[in-house]
Ligand binder design. Structure first.
Ligand code: V0D
Length: 241
C-alpha cells in the first residue's frame, strides 16, 4: 500500500473533467462515446491517485449548470454513476477506496441516487483513498445552503452571531464529509480551460492549479504524475525561500 508520508504529495486533489464531448466529436463519434471513455479515464486516474497516497480525489462530475444541456444528454449522464459502480465497485474494494458524494441529491433520479448510496454503503469501511464525486454540485449554492443552516441555528438560539467563524462555516459545507481534508491542495482541469466554474470556491482558497490541454478521455495515470511532479516542484520552491 502506498503511504502519503512525503510532504510534497497533496492530500486533496480535485479535478474538472472537461473535453469528453469534444474528444468524441473530433473522432466523428457521438458525445456519448466521449462520456463512456471519460469513465475509463476516471478509473485510470483513481487507481493511480490511490497508489500515490492521495487521501481524497474529488471529481467534478455534474454541475448544477449541466441541467441546461439537451434532455437526452442529461438522461444519459444520469445513468453513468449506475454504470460506473456496476463496473468498478469490485476494483474500488480491492484498492480499499471509499466512495463519497458532495452535492444536492434532490433533483437526481431515484435510481441514480440508489446506486450512489449503495456504493457508499458498500465501501464505507475502506480506509484508503476517498473517491469523492461532486454530483449536482455548485459552490455558490453550497455556501448559500450553509448560510441558511447557520442562520437557522442562530434563530433557534443554538449559536450566537459572534460564534460564526471560518471553522463553523466549513462545518456546514458539503465537504464536512471529507474532514480533515476539506481544503483542496491541487486542482487539475483538462482540455485547456482555465476557469474554476463554481467548483469548491471556498475549498480552493489556497490550492495550486494545474491545467492540461489534453481532453479528459486522454487522461491517465502518467498525466496525474506530471501534475503531481509540478506540484512537488512548486512546494520545493516555496520551501527554499
Ligand atoms: C462523463 C467524465 C463517473 C465526465 C467522466 C452524471 C463526463 C465520465 C461518474 C460518477 C461522468 C458520478 C457520480 C458517482 C459515480 C460516478 C460520472 C457524470 C459523468 C455526470 F457517484 N463518470 N461520470 N458522472 N462522465
Amino acid at each position: 500500500m502506498a503511504e502519503n508520508t512525503e510532504i510534497s504529495v497533496p492530500n486533496h486533489v480535485a479535478m474538472i473533467m472537461d473535453g469528453n464531448g469534444r474528444w468524441a466529436e473530433q473522432l466523428g463519434k457521438p458525445r456519448k462515446y466521449g462520456h463512456e471513455e471519460g469513465m475509463e479515464a476516471v478509473r485510470r486516474v483513481t487507481i493511480r491517485a490511490s497508489e500515490r497516497g492521495i487521501k481524497v480525489l474529488t471529481l467534478y462530475a455534474f454541475s448544477t449548470e449541466n441541467w441546461k444541456r439537451p434532455p437526452q444528454e442529461v438522461h444519459f449522464l444520469m445513468q453513468l454513476p449506475i454504470r460506473f459502480f456496476d463496473r468498478f465497485v469490485p476494483e474500488l474494494q480491492e484498492k480499499n477506496v471509499r466512495v463519497n458524494m458532495i452535492g444536492f441529491p434532490e433533483k437526481v433520479p431515484a435510481s441514480t441516487k440508489k446506486a450512489i448510496y449503495k456504493a457508499m454503503e458498500e465501501t464505507k469501511d475502506n480506509t484508503g483513498m476517498i473517491l469523492n464525486f461532486a454530483f449536482n454540485y455548485g459552490s455558490r449554492a453550497e455556501i448559500a445552503k450553509a448560510t441558511q443552516a447557520i442562520c437557522q441555528k442562530v434563530v433557534a438560539g443554538e449559536i450566537n452571531v459572534k460564534e460564526i467563524n471560518e471553522s463553523l462555516i466549513e462545518q456546514h459545507l458539503f465537504t464536512e464529509s471529507i474532514s480533515p481534508y476539506q481544503d483542496v491542495d491541487l486542482l487539475i482541469r483538462s482540455s485547456g480551460e482555465q476557469r474554476l466554474s463554481n467548483f469548491l470556491l471556498w475549498q480552493n482558497a489556497y490550492s495550486e492549479f494545474y491545467f492540461s490541454d489534453l481532453l479528459w478521455p486522454e487522461f491517465n495515470g502518467d498525466v496525474l504524475d506530471e501534475a503531481l511532479l509540478s506540484y512537488k516542484n512548486r512546494q520545493r520552491r516555496y520551501g527554499a525561500v
